[in-house]
Design a protein. Structure first.
Length: 147
């Protein structure tokens, strides 16, 4: 009878674990690192991949995404920004080379060693993704013709 109870308990625990397999499990190291850096974060949603732990959250009215390695090291941080938050040199380069385009996406990518900006601009015939690692000018990252 005792072995039947143990077997039933194991079966129940496996069934329970399987039914919650979609829940995200974040390691204590990653959680500790995140909480020490972003202790005022709200609406935190975690995603786990083979390479990273990704936290999407809101902080000070802004939506941010942080990427962590399994050892708790923050690998990168992204946030959507406005045109006014771009360095002035990038604003000027955009105005000089992409006047007549509208901005459909703009975000900042920060790593330990650098800050990069990515912007998607469009007009009636094309969609262009630009990248800047120099904070001085844009380089073409991807260009697609619209159909």
């Amino acid at each position: 009878m005792k072995s039947l109870i143990i077997a039933f308990s194991l079966l129940l625990s496996v069934a329970t674990t399987s039914s919650f397999a979609n829940e995200t499990t974040v390691t204590p190291k990653v959680l500790k690192s995140f909480n020490s850096t972003f202790n005022n974060a709200k609406q935190v949603a975690w995603t786990v991949t083979e390479s990273f732990y990704k936290a999407d959250f809101e902080m000070n009215g802004q939506y941010v995404t942080a990427f962590y390695l399994s050892d708790g090291t923050m690998a990168a941080l992204t946030r959507n920004i406005t045109l006014a938050q771009l360095p002035v040199t990038l604003q000027a380069d955009l105005k000089n080379n992409y006047d007549g385009y509208w901005v459909s996406d703009l975000f900042e990518l920060t790593t330990e060693n650098s800050t990069q900006y990515y912007i998607t601009v469009e007009n009636g015939s094309e969609k262009v993704v630009l990248k800047s690692a120099s904070n001085i000018n844009w380089t073409s990252y991807k260009k697609d013709k619209k159909s």
